[in-house]
Ligand binder design. Structure first.
Ligand code: CIR
Length: 313
């Protein structure tokens, strides 16, 4: 009798255990699918997000004639043609203006061949401005001319500084909402990242380090174009840091064009990279093409040429 009883009990327990397992599985699947759904952003939500982080201001600096002496890792591309670089810069400014921002155009500075790449001199967030300390010796003093410019847009008590021995360049910083990914590169060191993240945290923002293996700056290879969408190339394709985003993999032969910029709902893409332009279009964005051939010769891309932000003043 007791044997029959325990057999029945065992069967009942087995059914209960298997039901429990199924329930847990169902709950997990529904959570996974919810997580995936959470990751997808409807066009309406997307538009709301865009409004939330609209950029109102942009700072650019005209290239100087010494641009021909800019730092390069690709001398085989030849030296930039200064006249053409100026024309391309004009078109860049027009493209930015068509995205509804006010563009401040700074005069060229002949003392610094790379000074048109203003992105490296500051990181401008919705809470504070962080003046960098560029790791490239020939570029380090570029920040001095930027400080008074930044003071026109940010109150002094919201301006912070990366100090030696810390180094950091803005090209190594990628903003995703209130989180900032920072590339540890030949230009941005451990101490610079430590200071940077401490500053962010003071303002309720967060940051995390992404070690780089090959590229110059973080944004040389990965760029966030809002709406949870990220353009990834080369060493960034499989980085766990970016696993949660909708990743658009940029083909190796167009890797340069991974450096696109999101501007208030539109995306500016370097001209002559048709696969990337198509990828961005297919992701649902209006694409604006700007030729940056002369800047590419000295390792510069679209993002490097501007600071995009909203003034706190
Ligand atoms: C440099 O090597 O510093 C410049 N020739 C290029 C800077 C590009 N900046 C950027 O990616 N943010």
């Amino acid at each position: 009798m007791s044997g029959v009883y325990s057999a029945k009990k065992r069967q009942k327990r087995k059914r209960r255990d298997s039901k429990g397992r199924q329930d847990r599985k169902d709950r997990k699947e529904s959570k996974d699918s919810k997580d995936n759904k959470d990751r997808r952003v409807s066009p309406q939500q997307g538009r709301a997000e865009w409004r939330k982080i609209m950029f109102k201001n942009v700072i650019v600096k005209r290239p100087c004639s010494k641009i021909t002496e800019g730092i390069t890792s690709a001398p085989e591309l030849g030296k930039p043609d200064y006249e053409l670089a100026l024309k391309q810069h004009d078109a860049y400014i027009e493209a930015l203006k068509s995205c509804g921002v006010e563009v401040t155009v700074l005069d060229a500075d002949e003392n610094f061949p790379d000074s048109c790449f203003v992105e490296d001199t500051a990181v401008l967030t919705r809470k504070c401005a962080i003046i960098t300390n560029p790791g490239a010796a020939s570029r380090n003093k570029e920040v001095e001319a930027m400080i008074p410019v930044i003071k026109k847009f940010f109150p002094e008590d919201c301006i912070e500084y990366i100090k030696a021995p810390g180094t950091l360049e803005g090209g190594d910083v990628m903003m995703v909402g209130d989180h900032f990914y920072v590339g540890r590169s030949a230009r941005t060191n451990e101490e610079g990242i430590r200071q940077f993240i401490a500053i962010l945290e003071k303002y309720g923002l967060t940051g995390s380090e992404v070690p780089l293996e090959k590229v110059l700056h973080l944004k040389t290879g990965v760029n966030y174009i809002e709406n949870n969408n990220m353009l990834v190339s080369g060493e960034f394709v499989d980085k766990p840091d970016f696993a949660k985003y909708n990743k658009y993999v940029i083909p190796e032969d167009e890797a340069y064009a991974a450096n696109c910029i999101w501007m208030n709902g539109k995306v500016i893409v370097p001209d002559h990279f048709p696969k990337v332009a198509q990828i961005v279009k297919d992701a649902g964005y209006e694409v604006i093409l700007v030729d940056t051939s002369e800047y590419r010769k000295i390792d510069g891309g679209l993002s490097c040429l501007s600071l995009r932000f909203t003034s706190l003043l």
